[in-house]
Design a binder for this molecule. Structure first.
Ligand SMILES: Cc1ncc(COP(=O)(O)O)c(C=O)c1O
Length: 387
């Protein structure tokens, strides 16, 4: 029995069956590579699902977290810490001024935004078809996928789903009872589906007119993933509430709900809380990631993403969509899971959010040289499917 098989047996016995038994047990990471328990090396084009923005073991993150742990690890939110305040200031500046609530995950960032929506006193929330916002009950209430939601009903109420990208449907649905309209600038889990041109801008106008909050979930698209700190803002759309997580800590769990204007004032003592959210090492990791992004990494993401997008070609590929280094490779057939398996056997990690879409979300520090071999290998996997 290989070391991996031994671990997989123990995993199956000890872990709740939320994910099935993972196909690989990983033991080490460095840069854009990870190694499994049997010593095989993989190039990581998934980055822990759009999380490891600086790759694995980046010295800046390691140094920030370890020196912070050395100085002061956890303190709870009964006390404040300099890295937390600094990260809050930087995230608030990223939306043009506002306030921040730190969390440990994307779902919790959305829970915070959900509470802000409730605190407006308006009962309705408009969410989007094919959305994904996380697995906690509030986040599930605004997540469209029936199989995720239905076993857990009744969920928090007042949520209605609209076709993503349909401006007329949003105009018809909105009124002065709508607290918030929530959407992802690119629907990541539904297959890296970008909002149609002009939709976010229209949503901004329509929500402003109705006095409703525009709530952008940038958990997957934000913090450099799409070549911008925040994708919505780079498109000229200033949301009232923005949620981020995933890439923010470069692999360390930290998320944030960032609010502006009146939305930033609704959380008051007693209305929300968290023990861990934004603790010193998590905030230090976030600051290290922002330092790198501000130091030229955003341009690298835009350029590398644009090159990768144009370099990928095969008759089975309909289009490559997305932004920066969040790309969906759309296929003519439902073969994405088989391609993922062939790629893994050849030492590449990617995933299939839909049967006909491959998702590429590599570390933001990945280079063209790293990706050139992938560009050559992808057509061979597509040719081999079904052989
Ligand atoms: C857009 C979006 N929002 C929220 C989440 C949930 O984040 P987490 O898994 O950290 O709770 C995800 C996770 O995939 C996501 O893609």
């Amino acid at each position: 029995m290989s070391a991996q098989e031994d671990y997989q047996g123990r995993y199956a016995a000890a872990m709740m069956n939320a994910f099935g038994v993972p196909k690989r047990v990983l033991v080490r990471g460095e840069g854009v590579h990870v190694w499994d328990a049997d010593g095989n090396r993989y190039t990581d084009l998934l980055a822990g699902i759009a999380v490891n923005s600086l790759g694995h073991g980046h010295p800046a993150v390691v140094e920030a977290v370890t020196s912070q742990l050395d100085a002061l690890g956890h303190i709870s939110n009964l006390f404040a810490s300099p890295p937390q305040i600094r990260l809050a200031e930087r995230l608030a500046a990223a939306v043009g001024g506002g306030r921040v609530f730190f969390t440990n995950s994307g779902a919790e960032a959305n829970e915070t935004a959900f509470k802000i929506a409730r605190l407006t006193g308006r009962p309705r929330i408009l969410a989007m078809e094919n959305s994904f916002h996380g697995r906690t009950l509030g986040a599930l209430a605004i997540t469209h996928t029936a199989k995720y939601r239905e076993p857990f009903e009744p969920l928090p109420g007042g949520v209605e789903f609209l076709p993503y990208g349909d401006i007329a449907a949003l105009e018809r649905a909105i009124d002065d009872q709508v607290a918030a309209v929530v959407m992802e600038p690119i629907q990541g889990e539904s297959g890296v589906l970008p909002a149609p041109d002009g939709y976010l801008q229209a949503a901004r106008e329509i929500t402003s007119r109705a006095g409703a909050l525009l709530w952008l979930d940038e958990v997957q698209t934000g913090i450099g993933r799409c070549g911008e700190l925040l994708l919505g803002r780079s498109l000229g759309v200033d949301a009232d509430v923005v949620t981020v997580a995933k890439g923010l800590g470069g692999g360390f769990p930290v998320g944030a709900c960032i609010a502006t204007g009146t939305a930033a004032e609704l959380i008051t003592p007693g209305s929300h809380g968290t023990t861990f959210g934004g603790n010193p090492p998590a905030a230090a990791a976030g600051n290290a990631v922002l330092d790198l992004l501000e130091g030229g990494l955003l341009r690298h993401v835009r350029e590398t993403g644009a090159w990768l997008r144009s370099a990928i070609a095969h008759p089975d590929i309909v289009e490559v969509r997305g932004a920066g280094l969040l790309l969906g490779v759309c296929l003519t057939r439902d073969i994405a899971p088989q391609v993922v398996d062939l790629a893994m056997a050849d030492g590449w990690l990617l995933n299939a959010p839909r049967p006909d879409v491959l998702r590429l979300a590599p570390p933001l520090v990945i280079t063209r040289e790293d990706l050139a071999t992938f560009v050559e290998a992808l057509p061979t996997w597509l040719d081999r499917v079904g052989e």
